[in-house]
Design a protein around this ligand. Structure first.
Ligand code: ZN
Length: 116
C-alpha cells in the first residue's frame, strides 16, 4: 500500500488548512491541529478517523497512519490528528494555491523549563 508524506493544503470546499496525504493506500484529508486523548475520543464518537502523525525520513516528513484499536490501546508516541470535516454554513474559499511540503526539524529546541 502506498503512503506519501502529508502536505499542507487548503480545503477546496471551505478554504481551511488541511493535511493531505496517502495513508496505506487511502487518501487522507486531516485537520492539522493535534488532539489530546479527550478530543480524540470525541472525534471517534463523531465518526471521524484519527491518525498518528509520525515523522519519517531525512528530512523528516510527516506521515499519517490510521489509528485502529490496537494503536489507540497502545502508548501514544506521536501527535494525533483527525479527519477534516468542513464547518457548517456557506463557504467562499479563495482560489487554490499549490500545496506546501512540510518538514519537521530533526532536533527540538530546549524547553523553557527543563524537567530537572
Ligand atoms: Zn473543508
Amino acid at each position: 500500500m502506498i503512503s506519501s508524506p502529508a502536505v499542507l493544503d487548503t480545503c477546496r470546499r471551505c478554504g481551511n488548512l488541511i493535511l493531505k496525504a496517502h495513508s496505506e493506500g487511502l487518501a487522507v484529508r486531516a485537520n492539522p491541529q493535534p488532539l489530546d486523548p479527550r478530543a480524540e475520543l470525541g472525534a471517534i464518537l463523531a465518526g471521524q478517523a484519527t491518525y498518528d502523525l509520525q515523522p519519517l525520513g531525512l528530512p523528516r516528513k510527516p506521515y499519517l497512519w490510521h489509528r485502529h484499536h490496537f494503536r489507540i490501546a497502545g502508548k501514544r508516541e506521536w501527535k494525533v490528528v483527525a479527519d477534516h470535516r468542513c464547518p457548517p454554513g456557506p463557504h467562499f474559499p479563495p482560489p487554490p494555491g499549490p500545496p506546501t511540503p512540510v518538514f519537521i526539524p530533526f532536533a527540538y529546541s530546549c524547553p523553557d523549563q527543563p524537567p530537572f
